[in-house]
Write a protein that binds this ligand. Structure first.
Ligand code: ADP
Ligand code: MG
Length: 441
């Protein structure tokens, strides 16, 4: 749902009961009879830890109140019928097919995110037939807030519940479902994804961020005590067209893999261990990388590029741990922060860490763009405690930590700055840490 009042455009979440009603009505309109139930899976915003998932590092997403909701009925004949109310830019929003036609690269377009999940569940040994589904969503598509994972995860959870594939309330089983969703996206939709989005949509809990160790899949629920301390998270969707995001994502992954290889590690997370959490340790790793890359015949420019990419992974990992410590201390009320004593001081100390993360993504990992830089600096100029781009980069969204009650003023200033720069008008979302995927009815 979109609201404007002459000022900033807000993308509002809708109450789950209303979304469930809409999905059930869409189902009844397209597929005779009623659905067996209605499920919801959230989009996510990553608070910090960007491009670390495929490097085996820690990430810290939270589930948004904005969700994808599906009314679903399973079938036993392998037929798949899906309708989505999403505006898919002229693509048909009704799709019918058969499980036997689903596999790597097929079907194409948005149905891959639905059909791919059934294929991946079968590949994982589960006995699933077809389905009828009707999908509504308040997660903006392509805004870096994981509408793709929300769609996969709502389908996975619905099918798992209906076909009794496992204990859907157990985190361990949800991790299995997330893995199937990752396969669906990587292999059927042929979109690179590292695994954070699906874990967030399925494994987040309300009022917490999810600390995910991407190497092991282990998760820790990190309290996010913002509202009670007068703080809030504001998501700013730049609505910038994604520029060559696919190729750039691939080249960042390739650079990370190359750097890890030159250092003799499987993943860059092991270079983080090697650095031992100190600035001197990080410098030692980077200088070893310089030497190894030069010896391997990499040109001078490539050597420096690999060093910058690796530096982002090292410093970003440290920032994730810093934010987790600050939030944990704030929740325990045991905080002595740079900006004072007490929970609020600790939360406010998260702000500069977010801003440092943005600088690292802009300068070292080079995944930002003018639209993202403008919204982050405008938010800070308007009083935000810190802001950073979030998600894959090259467009999409940014997240700002703000004082509660200033959201409208910050959004107005960000909107004005974006328009002044000749960029598209951004849209805004309130990021209340919400529950992970669940059955609504
Ligand atoms: P993001 O996940 O950041 O929103 P992606 O490019 O990964 O961006 O995924 C967006 C794509 O996912 C859409 O272009 C569409 O193919 C598919 N998608 C997501 N949500 C829906 C939906 N509700 N209905 C149909 N397709 C959807
Ligand atoms: Mg996505």
């Amino acid at each position: 749902m979109t609201t404007t009042s002459g000022g900033p455009t807000w993308l509002e979440a809708v109450p789950p009961s209303r979304a469930a009603e809409a999905a059930a009505a869409l189902f009844a309109e397209h597929w005779e009879g009623a659905a067996d139930g209605v499920w919801s899976a959230p989009g996510r915003v990553n608070l910090i830890g960007e491009h670390l998932d495929y490097n085996g590092g820690p990430v810290l997403p939270l589930a948004l109140p904005h969700s994808t909701v599906a009314a679903v009925r399973t079938r036993t004949d392998g037929v798949l019928r899906v309708v989505s109310s999403a505006d898919l830019g002229g693509e048909a929003s009704v799709w019918q097919g058969h499980l036997s036609e689903v596999g790597p690269g097929a079907p194409e377009g948005w149905p891959a995110y639905v059909a791919g999940v059934l294929w991946a569940l079968r590949e994982a040994g589960h006995d699933v037939g077809g389905l009828d589904a009707a999908v509504v969503s308040t997660v903006p598509l392509g805004a870096g807030l994981s509408s793709s994972a929300a769609l996969e995860c709502v389908v996975a959870l619905a099918v798992a519940d209906l076909a009794a594939l496992g204990e859907t309330s157990a985190d361990a089983f949800r991790a299995e479902l997330a893995a199937a969703c990752v396969r669906a996206e990587n292999e059927v939709a042929r979109a690179s994804t590292g695994g954070m989005d699906q874990a967030a949509s399925l494994r987040c809990t309300a009022e917490h961020a999810l600390l995910l160790d991407s190497a092991t899949g282990a998760v820790t629920q990190v309290p996010l005590p913002l509202a009670e301390h007068g703080r809030a998270l504001l998501v700013m969707d730049t609505r910038a067209p994604h520029r060559h995001s696919g190729g750039e994502y691939g080249s960042r992954r390739a650079a990370s893999e190359r750097a890890a290889q030159l250092l003799g590690h499987g993943l860059l997370a092991q270079a983080v261990d090697e650095a031992g959490g100190t600035a001197a340790g990080a410098e030692a790793v980077l200088s070893r990388l310089r030497t190894a890359a030069a010896q391997a015949g990499e040109g001078a420019e490539r050597v420096e590029e690999l060093v910058r990419r690796t530096r982002h992974v090292l410093t970003e990992t440290a920032r994730v741990h810093q934010v987790v410590s600050l939030l944990t201390a704030a929740a325990e009320g045991s905080c002595v922060g740079l900006s004072g004593v007490g929970a609020v001081a600790c939360i406010d100390d998260v702000g500069p860490v977010l801003s440092a993360s943005h600088a690292s993504m802009r300068d070292d990992y080079e995944i930002s763009c003018p639209e993202l830089d403008v919204v982050c600096s405008a938010a800070e100029a308007a009083g935000a405690l810190g802001a950073r781009m979030t998600g894959g980069g090259f467009g999409g969204s940014a997240v700002a930590l703000v004082r509660a009650g200033t959201e409208q003023a910050v959004a107005a200033a960000v909107r004005a700055a974006a328009l002044e720069a000749g960029h598209p008008e951004p849209a805004f979302l309130r990021a209340l840490a919400s529950p992970g995927a669940r059955r609504l009815r």
